[in-house]
Design a protein. Structure first.
Length: 430
């Protein structure tokens, strides 16, 4: 078996073929001679396919990367294992990139298509190469900060005092007097973080300029939804958000041997702080601390958030249906200027699709029924795919492949031989 790489003559630069005894023939373009006169095998080239190892290796390292990230999110800044976890995460991320860089299949040189946006981004990347994503912070000096976002929402984070990175998020109810925390230092950043963010900001500006108003779907009206919902069902103030407008000194009995004097908020029921018994006379005449006030408030908050979440899901569903109906009716005209958005309507895709169907004998390469579509094993070269990127499937197998891949998480791709062996059908049945 041999692989013909003469893209100008063979058109299908990735098909695996068998040598022919016929003499070499002049190519259609420019008289270039092809010395691999070939008899094309009518099926996808499964043998010695580079995607087998590539997809499996990528799954492995991305799986490790994701699992380590989930662990890191749950670890505290002072965790003695954190440094080792960060180093392992950074290593897994580099391994994933190394695997991606190893996928060096040549894009085809015929029937090439690129959308307006991707052409602009390609020119941008040629002039301004994308910088490496900075590694996670390994510094050990962190402090709690209150970060305020553009929509005026606030979050509590651990910020590295050396490079300004956000190391961890915290729940407000886990921090006493969180509203008094110092503000997040926005100007404290590493040079590589500044350069990385600057590159993405410039890229986003190009996207906005090319996309224009005719390429934008109206955003979901968050402010309108929140205002309408809270006008009908005012949000209860949680103990972590309460400003404690009215307080009372109370006697709190934990068990037979343990008690203390505490200041309790009468609004939310929170135990604000303890005070010395020496500062209070007749402590046994103080009113008892009432834990049920806080319990009732948290229960009210839980009920409110559940109702809010259900109403939000309903509103988003209604919004999506409205957008869909407006697009279908022609009331809303959206021009997708990406390659992905416009490629499938192009003559370049129709030619590529026809060539792949012919290569595969117009048979589904999974179940051997009539092929009805051409599936992308990978989208890295969309618009100029190497023919190995594409495989013919029937609609049923195609839908099941995507359903299975989506169930396995983002970026999960089945290998060609897994598709051929119907692994997605067997696993779903078990």
């Amino acid at each position: 078996m041999s692989v013909c790489s003469n893209t100008r003559y063979c058109a299908n630069n990735a098909h695996i073929t068998k040598p022919s005894s016929r003499p070499p023939t002049a190519a259609a373009e420019g008289g270039v001679r092809c010395y691999h006169i070939l008899e094309v095998i009518l099926s996808y080239p499964f043998d010695e396919n580079p995607f087998e190892k590539y997809f499996i290796d990528l799954r492995h390292w991305r799986g490790i990367e994701l699992e380590l990230y989930r662990i890191l999110v749950r670890t505290t800044v002072s965790d003695p294992n954190r440094r080792e976890l960060v180093e392992k995460f950074n290593n897994a991320k580099k391994k994933s990139k190394r695997v991606i860089d190893s996928n060096q299949l040549t894009p085809r040189e015929i029937d090439v298509y690129q959308g307006e946006l991707d052409l602009a981004l390609e020119r941008f990347k040629a002039e301004f190469p994308q910088p490496e994503k900075p590694d996670l912070c390994l510094h050990e000096n962190h402090s709690l900060k209150l970060k305020t976002h553009a929509d005026n929402t606030t979050h509590i984070v651990s910020q590295c005092s050396s490079c300004g990175c956000i190391v961890k998020d915290h729940r407000k109810d886990s921090i006493i007097n969180w509203e008094n925390l110092p503000s997040f230092k926005e100007d404290l950043k590493r040079d590589e973080d500044i350069e990385y963010q600057r590159w993405w900001n410039l890229r986003n500006q190009i996207i906005d300029r090319i996309t224009g108003e005719d390429g934008k779907i109206p955003n979901f009206d968050w402010d309108g939804f929140n205002a309408e919902y809270e006008s009908k069902k005012p949000k209860p103030i949680s103990p972590s958000e309460c400003k404690h407008p009215e307080t009372l000194i109370t006697y709190r009995q934990y068990d037979e041997k343990s008690n203390c004097i505490v200041i309790q908020c009468l609004e939310c029921g929170k135990h604000i702080k303890s005070i010395s018994k020496k500062k209070v006379e007749n402590i046994y005449q103080l009113p008892d601390f009432d834990p049920t006030i806080e319990e009732r408030r948290w229960k009210a908050c839980d009920i409110w958030y559940k109702g809010y979440s259900q109403a939000l899901d309903k509103a988003k569903k209604s919004y999506k249906e409205k957008i869909y109906q407006e697009i279908v009716s022609g009331e809303l005209k959206i021009v997708d200027k990406t390659t992905f958005g416009s490629y499938y309507e192009s003559s370049e895709w129709q030619k590529t699709r026809s060539r792949i169907l012919v290569r595969d004998g117009r048979k589904c390469q999974a179940c051997n029924e009539k092929a009805e579509c051409v599936h992308h094993l990978i989208y890295d070269r969309i618009g100029k795919e190497n023919d190995l990127d594409l495989i013919s499937l029937c609609n049923s197998c195609h839908n099941e492949v995507h359903t299975y891949q989506n169930s396995m998480g983002p970026s999960y791709r089945l290998t060609p031989n897994e598709i051929k062996s119907l692994v997605f059908k067997r696993i779903q049945r078990t």
